[in-house]
Ligand binder design. Structure first.
Ligand SMILES: Nc1ncnc2c1ncn2[C@@H]1O[C@H](COP(=O)(O)OP(=O)(O)OP(=O)(O)O)[C@@H](O)[C@H]1O
Ligand SMILES: [Mg+2]
Length: 242
């Protein structure tokens, strides 16, 4: 350890995790006809690699907007979003595509499985390298990991909501993401299935160090995240961050 690093931790505490995201002064506006709608504004935030965070807030407070920006699915109107030191506001479209394909796994409220493909095929088609024996075997392993090793051949319509969401999580893991971004992942689930999905996300976070960011209206879900961020009218509520 260098002298400078020592100075950084005078109390001998462990260094915090490296930030995987560093946001500063981020705004996102949408135009609705001729009117500009501010979805989020003045967001400054650091997220450490390996954190598990909930984003709470009323409908329209900007949770999904923030997740889209973190997921490199959209760019901010103003401000800076550093992802692993890369400025997402200005990297090329090609680089954004690479990041969201290889480094970020998405999970949505509607599980978005392809109804005509089996559970295993739904996972396999996410493979960046394309389908094939290797992808197929990894898909089976991932289904095993999410507790669905014996459901690989089932069509989504033959799976419960909680099972479908676990298939969606397996799919999100196909390319070994650093980050899982989940928008209301338990919004369509009963509380027992929601708890199973949260068990799985917590385990991935704890055992694989995947950074997990979850937008949710469900306090039980949020309370399972070590860090909770609350949005209101597109801003972070400073008091409520725990
Ligand atoms: N594509 C869009 N075009 C125009 N306005 C948008 C668009 N997406 C979001 N908005 C607006 O931005 C604001 C924030 O929306 P956002 O979807 O981020 O909220 P949310 O917190 O995810 O809400 P919910 O809990 O209902 O999912 C809202 O006023 C919304 O109407
Ligand atoms: Mg939303």
């Amino acid at each position: 350890m260098t002298a400078t690093e020592d100075l950084g931790h005078p109390l001998g505490g462990k260094p915090g995790p490296e930030p995987i995201y560093s946001l500063s002064g981020v705004d996102k506006e949408y135009s609705r006809g001729s009117v500009a709608v501010t979805a989020i504004t003045g967001i400054s935030l650091e997220i450490g690699a390996g954190e598990m965070i909930s984003l709470e807030g009323p409908s329209g407070s900007g949770k999904s907007t923030l997740l889209l920006l973190l997921g490199a699915l959209d760019r901010p109107s103003r401000g800076s979003i550093l992802y692993n030191g890369m400025e997402l506001a200005s990297v090329s479209e090609g680089e954004l595509t690479r990041i969201r394909r290889n480094e970020i796994g998405f999970v949505f409220q509607q599980f978005n499985l392809i109804p005509t493909l089996s559970a295993a095929e739904n996972v396999e088609i996410a493979a960046q390298a394309g389908r094939g024996a290797q992808a197929s075997s990894r898909a089976r392993d991932l289904l095993e990991m999410v507790g669905l090793g014996n459901r690989g051949d089932h069509l989504p319509s033959r799976l419960s909501g909680g099972e479908q969401q676990r298939v969606a999580i397996a799919r999100a893991l196909m390319n070994g993401p650093k980050v899982i971004i989940a928008d209301e992942p338990t919004g369509n689930l009963d509380s027992a299935s929601a708890a199973t999905v949260m068990d799985l996300l917590s385990k991935l976070n704890a055992e694989s160090g995947v950074t997990v960011i979850i937008a949710t209206h469900d306090r039980d879900v949020a309370s399972r995240c070590p860090r909770r961020i609350r949005l209101r009218d597109g801003r972070i509520q400073p008091d409520a961050e725990e």
